[in-house]
Structure formats: structure tokens, C-alpha cells
Write a protein that binds this ligand. Structure first.
Ligand code: PMM
Length: 274
């Protein structure tokens, strides 16, 4: 991952027909690359390319289809020099993406969906985003049960970290992520955001993926209705500022400009504080 004196901003590029916010917008390679270049122009530090939707209830796509979506985009983006992350739970896809020019593996299952992933990331020695995960998207809503969400998510991430390190992954390469919206209900997401320090206490950098998610939609709901995902970018930027102030290492967002500005405000605020 790039080295900056502020929280990093990861721009999302979903090459899928069915992601909750931008599904269908960038299924065509040329449009996907054009959008990635726009995110880089806005100042994205990393572009996260995904070819399989993880929205609640989503069905899996075959690996061949996931590869067909992401590889041409990664091949076209690699020469720009931007850091590319591959958002996948499959070792086969991560292997091919790294060979095509990706630099980071972002695994929303934290290595649980595919036992081959640990070999891939340990062998490649690349940064590895390990997200908190309890079950595939199709059934994750049933697993959103916690007595103490912060302690349980921190404990489960600690177990993943220990298991990955025991299997050969360099702990210095691991970034942890609470997995907002993944087997979480809105109160769980807010609790996790308010206690990022307890996740940071695990000793690894923390990535926050709040962008446009339904807990923001729920917060912003008025009698007129729930704003659609694309109208949640101001709220996303507010979370980015607060997450950066709380020591987050990276925020993963759809709209880069507002979150980068927000992160800059948070950093300057901290620098000017006694
Ligand atoms: N959320 C989504 C997809 N990938 N990766 C990480 N590390 N953290 C997240 O919170 C995360 C993710 C779902 O959002 P999207 O469909 O808008 O990409």
C-alpha cells in the first residue's frame, strides 16, 4: 500500500451487474477503466477492483465469470502506476489478478471462503485486507447476532490473524476490517465505528468500508423515504473524517473526492490540536 501521512482513500470499482450501489455501471471494460481513471484523478490512493457482488442475499458468480470481469480492467490499469487491490474471496482470482498487475488482496471472507487463499497471499507476500466475515452473502443476515459486537468482532479477527500467521502469512502485511454491513445490523455498524480503538488494539492497521451502506441509509431516512445509495456520499465523507480522526488506516469509498477532503480536514485538525 502507498505510504502517506494521512488515512488512505481506496476507490471502489465494482465490475458487476448487481452491486448495491453501482451495479451495472462499469460492467464494460472501457467504462470501468474510465471510471477508475476518474477516481485516480480525484486522488484515490488505491483502486479496489471487484467482480463479484457481496450485497446481502447475493448469489455467487462462477470463477470464470469473475475473472472475465476483473482481469481486462486490471491489465489496463496496471500501466497507470496506481496501486490496485483485488476484491475477491477466491485464491484462483487473487492469483490471476496479482499476475495481471494487482498489488493488494482484499478478501471479504478473511481467508475463510477459500482455504487456498492463505497460500496465495503468503506466497505472494502482498498486503492482505482481512475482513470480519461469518457467512456467505446469501445467508449472512442470519448470523447478525451478538451479545457484545465489538468484543466478538475483535475476538474473531484476532483468531483469523493468528490462524493466518500460523499458516505463513506475514503479520506485517495484514490490514484488518470490521466488515460493516456483513452479518451486522445498523446498531452493530455504529458500535464498531465508535470503538475502532479496540480493533486497532489488535496491532494491525484498520480499514473502514462504510461507503453508501444501508446503516447510513437507515440513519438518513425521513418520512419522505430512504435516500438511495448514491445520495449517501456526504454521510460517507463524515464517517471518513471521523474514522481518520479515530486512527483508521484506510477508508474504502465510492466517491473519492469528498472522502479525501474529509480525511485531509481530520488530519489537519489533529495536527493543529495541542
Ligand atoms: N464492502 C463491500 C465490498 N468489499 N471490502 C472490504 N475490505 N470492506 C468492506 O466493507 C467491503 C469490501 C460491499 O460494498 P460494495 O458492494 O459497494 O463494494
Amino acid at each position: 500500500m502507498p505510504v502517506r501521512d494521512r488515512c488512505l482513500v481506496m476507490g471502489i470499482l465494482n465490475v458487476t451487474p448487481d452491486s448495491f450501489s453501482d451495479g451495472g455501471s462499469y460492467l464494460d471494460t472501457a467504462r470501468a477503466v474510465e471510471h477508475a481513471l476518474a477516481l485516480i484523478d480525484q486522488g484515490a490512493d488505491v483502486i479496489d477492483v471487484g467482480g463479484e457482488s457481496t450485497r446481502p442475499g447475493a448469489h455467487r458468480v462462477p470463477p470464470d465469470e469473475e475473472l472475465r470481469r476483473v482481469l481486462p480492467v486490471i491489465r489496463d490499469l496496471a500501466p497507470t502506476g496506481v496501486t490496485i487491490s483485488i476484491d475477491t474471496t477466491r485464491a484462483e482470482v487473487a492469483d490471476a489478478a496479482l499476475a495481471a498487475g494487482a498489488h493488494v488482496v482484499n478478501d471479504t471472507s478473511g481467508g475463510l471462503a477459500d482455504p487456498g487463499m492463505v497460500r496465495c497471499v503468503a506466497g505472494a507476500g502482498v498486503p492482505y485486507v482481512v475482513m470480519h466475515w461469518r457467512a456467505p452473502s446469501i445467508e449472512m443476515a442470519r448470523h447478525a447476532n451478538y451479545d457484545d459486537v465489538v468484543a466478538e468482532v475483535a475476538g474473531e479477527l484476532r483468531q483469523r490473524l493468528d490462524a493466518l500467521v500460523a499458516a505463513g502469512v506475514d503479520p506485517e502485511r495484514v490490514v484488518l476490517d470490521p466488515g460493516l454491513g456483513f452479518a451486522k445490523r445498523p446498531p452493530h455498524d455504529w458500535q464498531l465505528l465508535a470503538h475502532l480503538d479496540e480493533l486497532r488494539a489488535l496491532g494491525r492497521p484498520v480499514l473502514v468500508g462504510a461507503s453508501r451502506k444501508s446503516f447510513l441509509g437507515a440513519l438518513l431516512t425521513t418520512p419522505a423515504g430512504t435516500p438511495p445509495p448514491r445520495e449517501r456520499d456526504a454521510a460517507t465523507a463524515a464517517v471518513s473524517a471521523l474514522a481518520a480522526a479515530a486512527g483508521a488506516y484506510c477508508v474504502r469509498v465510492h466517491e473519492v473526492r469528498s472522502s479525501l477532503d474529509a480525511v485531509r480536514v481530520a488530519e489537519e485538525w489533529a495536527r493543529s490540536s495541542p
